[in-house]
Design a protein around this ligand. Structure first.
Ligand code: SF4
Ligand code: MSK
Length: 670
């Protein structure tokens, strides 16, 4: 029997996406949504039961006790598949970090056109972590030494990756004792590939121990380096008003959508778009100016620093082109679908690749070089403007939502206490008192195997009702933004009474947007600061916090999940487990999915689980938070105690008589 085709409403909960899916159908154009429907996932490969590491295979282990041609057992094969994915994810993040470090070096030496050291205070703070002298030195001198130190972390052979020293002391000890402190980023990634070559490491636990080391070289290495340098070069994010969804595209403007991950080019495109030369050029072409917007994590980078709107998240890259209003989509690295080029042929859109590492057949390639970044950014914008006159009929959904992104850990520290009393104390106290039950980080991608944005936003809304403060990054953050949860008071009618009091008192939204995928390191830093503030244990594993990636799809997500586990967090992924095949048919060998959970929990305090059902995800999250609260001796979560203060409450009270107010605030007299 033919499979029933899904309706646009079943494919996405986002009205803008639904509108574009109808348009795609009318035009007879396929998208990732329809391709996912047509292509059933392979159950054998999908659950890690297939090995194609050597030419004797591929070996598919589908029967009890079966091994590969070489004798490899299911646990070895699953562990090898898992670590290879983690290594690819860590490599992607870290290579991004490496390029940022080379850009910092070029800026420090006056060789990078258009860039400045925008956040000198952060430069000095970061330098001091590594005992780089700052007094009496110019920002360029400090930046030059920091760039050298950071560049060295990638090729370092011995010792420890420098940013590891920023983790809580107790955590560093756990890593030292279990032998997983990373030595150098490239070394750990290369070793993962070596160990998984035919005939090498064939002990699943041993392989997975190295997966932890590789992921740590990302989270406390390459990614953290990328975040530090992005802040130093482009400014540490602070709240700023932005917008999200396809309705940010404009009919009367040249629409340039930047998509990918690295802020080096996109920041320069923002700068170039504001120059009189480009504005004039666009006007001559008959447009009113250039409208920039972003997709995926490039969107997050320029949204949280410049307020440039986000056109959408991962599954909206094709939908943006379907509007017919995109004059150029400029891509760099990661999460760029090859299908964009073929899709763009139906419209006038130019797909412009820019990274020396990424070309797509049929795309226009304008190679980026940080030494002449502004010149290249202008060339890209002029290419888009020249294309404006080729635009045909457009269809832009009138759907957009305001949001306030930009909650770096530095800003959270500041917002909780101001310039002189900046501190995490109020956050810790709110958790201790139970106004905030716990913290959940909802991060990661979209995946057309589940309804677009549904899992992200369903889980987010349910946790907010339970007084769980949310921090978000990546495409998950854009999903919440589109739902209006990232906008101060607008989201507050959907949250529990205790969290609401905190949000109203501090003036924050209940969901804090913390940036792109590499910026998950900001979450690690927040957790470290929470620990250092005191009252919630002396290690990340004790904090009532959970990480969730409900719609994950990328290998980077697996690396992020693994470094969060290694840092002590409980991490829940949605969808199916990539190591879930044949869990109870393995004799005398490790059940890999159990090991990622119970095995890792014994060693690191954190665990990784794959839970497809969103209600089960929420249940597991709340149980974990409550378990951690109990272990710290904190009072049991009781929402009935809260909701008697806060701005909203005060407005209601103003309308009451004195007696009514007394009863409302203190309860009826016995
Ligand atoms: Fe098959 Fe072993 Fe080769 Fe993997 S390494 S493909 S299990 S023979
Ligand atoms: S872009 S890795 S789809 S979050 Fe960072 Fe989004 Fe996932 Fe790419």
């Amino acid at each position: 029997m033919a499979k029933k085709k899904k309706t646009p409403e079943e494919l996405s909960i986002d009205p803008a996406a639904q509108e574009m899916l109808i348009r795609a159908e009318d035009l007879g154009i396929g998208t990732a949504f329809t391709r996912a429907e047509e292509m059933s996932p392979c159950n054998i490969g999908g659950s890690g039961m297939c090995c194609k590491i050597c030419g004797m295979g591929p070996c598919r282990l589908t029967k009890d006790g079966q091994t590969g041609v070489c004798g490899a057992t299911i646990d070895t094969i699953q562990a090898r598949n898992f670590i290879r994915a983690v290594a690819a994810g860590a490599a992607a993040h870290s290579d991004h970090g490496r390029d940022m470090a080379f850009t910092l070096k070029a800026v420090a030496n006056g060789e990078a056109e258009g860039y400045v050291l925008r956040d000198v205070a952060k430069l000095r703070t970061v330098a001091q972590y590594y005992n780089i002298p700052v007094e009496g030195r110019s920002p360029e001198e400090i930046a030059d030494e920091l760039a050298d130190l950071y560049i060295a972390q990638f090729g370092q052979q011995r010792g420890i990756v420098a940013p590891v020293i920023r983790a809580p002391k107790k955590r560093q000890k756990v890593w030292e004792e279990t032998g997983v402190t990373p030595r150098g980023v490239d070394r750990e990634v290369v070793e993962a590939l070596h160990r998984t070559h035919i005939g090498d490491d064939q002990d699943a636990e041993h392989i997975l121990q190295h997966a932890i080391k590789v992921a740590l070289s990302d989270g406390w290495g390459g990614s953290l380096i990328a975040t530090d340098i992005s802040d130093i070069l482009f400014g540490t994010p602070a709240p700023i008003l932005g917008q999200a969804n396809l309705g940010v595209l404009k009919d009367n403007m040249v629409n340039v959508v930047v998509h990918g991950h690295e802020p080096t080019l996109s920041e320069m495109i923002v700068a170039a778009s504001q120059t009189p030369e480009i504005i004039e050029y666009a006007k001559k072409a008959g447009a009113e100016g250039v409208q920039l917007s972003g997709i995926c994590c490039t969107a997050n980078e320029i949204l949280m620093r410049q307020g440039v709107p986000a056109a959408g998240n991962f599954l909206q890259q094709e939908l943006a082109i379907l509007t017919g209003a995109v004059d150029a989509m400029v891509v760099d690295v990661q999460c760029i679908m090859q299908a964009l080029v073929g899709l763009a042929e139906n419209f006038h859109t130019k797909i412009i690749t820019t990274s020396p590492k990424v070309k797509i057949k049929g795309a226009t390639h304008i190679q980026f070089d940080e030494h002449k970044a502004l010149t290249i950014a202008k060339e890209i914008l002029k290419t888009a403007i020249d294309n404006y006159s080729n635009r045909g009929k457009t269809h832009i959904p009138d759907v957009r939502e305001d949001l306030v992104p930009g909650f770096s850990h530095e800003y959270i520290n500041y917002m909780l206490g101001g310039s002189y009393r900046g501190s995490f104390r109020p956050l810790n106290d709110a958790i201790i008192s139970g106004r905030i039950r716990g913290v959940a980080a909802i991060v990661g991608c979209n995946n057309p195997r589940s309804q677009h944005d549904f899992l992200h936003t369903y889980v987010a809304k349910k946790l907010l009702e339970q007084d769980v403060l949310l921090v978000e990054t990546g495409c998950g953050a854009i999903a919440s933004a589109k739902l209006g949860l990232l906008l101060g008071e607008a989201g507050l009618d959907q949250v529990g009474p205790g969290l609401r009091e905190i949000c109203e008192t501090v003036g924050i939204p209940p969901v804090l947007h913390m940036g792109s995928c590499v910026d998950n390191t900001r979450i690690l830093t927040v957790l470290t600061q929470v620990v250092e503030e005191g009252g919630l244990g002396d290690d990340i594993e004790q904090v009532p916090a959970v990480g969730l990636a409900p719609e994950w799809m990328s290998e980077k997500a697996l690396s992020i999940g693994t470094y969060c586990v290694a840092s002590g967090a409980y991490v829940i992924f949605g969808g199916s487990s990539p190591v879930g095949g044949m869990p109870d048919r393995v004799a005398d060998s490790v059940i890999v999915s159990n090991y990622l959970s119970e095995g890792w929990e014994k060693l690191y305090g954190g665990k990784l689980e794959f839970i497809p059902d969103p209600d089960e995800m929420i249940k597991a999250t709340l149980e974990h938070i409550d378990k951690k609260r109990a272990a710290l001796g904190l009072q049991e979560y009781d929402p009935s105690k809260w909701g008697r203060s806060g701005d909203n409450r005060m407005l209601t009270l103003e309308e009451m008589s004195l007696e009514e107010r007394r009863v409302a605030m203190y309860g009826a007299a016995d």
